[in-house]
Design a protein around this ligand. Structure first.
Ligand SMILES: Cc1cc2nc3c(=O)[nH]c(=O)nc-3n(C[C@H](O)[C@H](O)[C@H](O)COP(=O)(O)O)c2cc1C
Length: 470
């Protein structure tokens, strides 16, 4: 059974034979109590989330799902429905409809969302102009033989895409579900003239043909394999991150860093809408970052420069903000602390990816009061308190084991829950802001930049707001 499960020496992922894939499906739908509807729903959702991870709806909006008569086609129909909800504009070509309640239900669901169904005749010969993503959901792992009309023609249209106007800047991408249609499940693209997908979404586990896949994006979906099945078939699969329905496998292709470019789309950010006080504006954007569910929205780059004037940056976590400034905690003998003791001027930078925003704050830094540091230190988990004692931050350590040994000893010493004294060399800093810049990405690099700088007016301080060129 597991004897034919091949192993890729490069990435240690299991690949399934056609027989094994069929057996796993039978086990899931037999003794393990799954229904085909459930597995199809999860498979289609995995495909849609994989597509959404790789191709943003703002750039790749028009999706054509070409669906075959079997389960693979059903996965495509489900994926089209989820893509609609994810903000894409799906179209479906489903020329050989399967007259079973499951499939007609999927069609009804799509029709109720006004997803257009296109006949093969409706489709342009050259699919490259009307669509950004072409989902190949024609044939899955159980298919063998030669594709029959109209799928032979549809496969040909996907193959010939590459022969059209190569100079065109943006080309539609081909996403194959589980198996590139027309490929042999185990041998792959036998004559080398089949579909060359940009993305392959393997379901449950990659099939043997996936070893021959050379496109840039290989994803795994179908997060429903119970441990008993994984053990029986000795499946080695990467863990899914967090609550994700998909995980990227295989090596990322070589990336041309100079070509990485986002076209930002954000609401307008205008002078007459911003808060007069930059701290209020900061709080507003910070709340947006929290509401958007961004990871560590309080992470900020802190830049300092010491005696020699050479700058250095590192990330720290914002632990408080009020009219007096921005607070973080650290070791008072670290490199940043040394630099700040020579030169109290520093800069903070927040970057909130997903909101296309950054905030720069410059000012002078001073230590927070000992009471403030004490209070924060004792609010931290015991492990972090011990960690702060163990780490002589920014000094050279002979090895990991040294830190772990010291940590273990202290953990034992404080295992009775006794009070852990704050080390003298640990505490907070507060940056008192003297300049703010709020930046928001906009299309064509015409970004918004609003700078707040203090002005003395009648002995009082007001913040002047100026727009800077992007
Ligand atoms: C997201 C993130 C948050 C961090 N937060 C802190 C922090 O709050 N305090 C701190 O001392 N180091 C923090 N660090 C580690 C610092 O970046 C840095 O390695 C350490 O403070 C030593 O810096 P230095 O040698 O320049 O003083 C954080 C690192 C990351 C990636």
């Amino acid at each position: 059974m597991g004897d034919k499960v091949a192993q890729s020496p490069a990435d240690s992922i299991s690949y399934l034979t056609q027989r094994e894939a069929a057996e796993i499906d039978e086990t899931l739908m037999g003794p393990l109590g799954f229904s085909v509807d459930q597995l199809m729903e999860l498979a289609g959702l995995s495909v849609a989330t994989s597509i959404a991870e790789a191709y943003k709806a703002s750039e790749y909006n028009r999706v054509l799902a070409i669906c075959g008569p079997g389960n693979n086609g059903g996965d495509g129909l489900v994926a089209a429905r989820h893509l609609h909800h994810f903000g894409y504009k799906p179209f479906v070509c489903y020329p050989k409809r399967t007259p079973k309640p499951l499939y007609s239900g999927l069609v009804t669901q799509l029709e109720s969302l006004s997803v257009p169904f296109l006949s093969v005749e409706d489709l342009p010969l050259d699919l490259s102009k009307d669509f950004d993503i072409l989902v190949d959901a024609m044939f899955g792992f159980s298919f063998h033989g030669t594709p029959r009309p109209p799928f032979d023609d549809l496969i040909q249209r996907l193959i010939s895409l590459r022969h059209y106007d190569q100079a065109r800047q943006k080309f539609p991408v081909i996403v194959s579900i589980d198996i590139p249609s027309g490929w042999h499940v185990e041998e792959g693209d036998i004559d080398g003239e089949g579909i060359k997908p940009d993305m392959l979404v393997s379901l449950t586990a990659p099939k043997l043909c996936a070893k021959k896949f050379c496109g840039p994006l290989h994803f795994l979906g179908g997060r429903f394999v119970p441990p008993s099945v994984a053990e029986k078939y000795k499946l080695r699969l990467p863990p899914y991150p967090g609550t994700s329905m998909c995980v990227r496998i295989g090596k990322p292709s070589k990336i041309d860093i100079s070509a990485l470019r986002e076209n930002y789309i954000s609401p307008e950010f205008c002078e007459d809408e911003v808060e007069a006080d930059p701290i209020d504006q900061f709080r507003k954007w910070f709340d947006d970052a929290v509401a958007a569910g961004l990871r560590e929205p309080n992470a900020m780059a802190l830049s300092t420069a010491g005696k020699d004037g050479k700058p250095s940056s590192r990330m720290v976590l914002l632990k408080g903000v009020d009219r007096d400034g921005f607070v973080w905690y650290t070791n008072y003998e670290s490199r940043k602390a040394r630099e700040l003791s020579y030169n109290p001027h520093a800069s903070l930078l927040f970057f909130w990816d997903g909101l296309n925003r950054q905030v720069r704050i410059e000012g002078s830094v001073e230590k927070v009061s000992d009471e403030e540091s004490e209070q924060y230190f004792h609010s931290r988990p015991q492990g972090s308190q011990i960690g702060a004692i163990v780490s002589k931050q920014s000094t050279v350590v002979p090895g990991r084991h040294v830190l772990h040994q010291q940590y273990k000893e202290l953990e034992e010493a404080f295992s009775d829950g006794s009070w852990i004294p704050k080390p003298k060399n640990w505490g907070g800093y507060r940056l008192k802001p003297e300049l703010f810049e709020f930046w928001q990405g906009q299309p064509s690099r015409l970004h918004d930049r609003l700078q707040y700088s203090p002005r003395e007016i009648n002995g009082g301080r007001v913040w002047e707001i100026q727009r800077l060129a992007p």
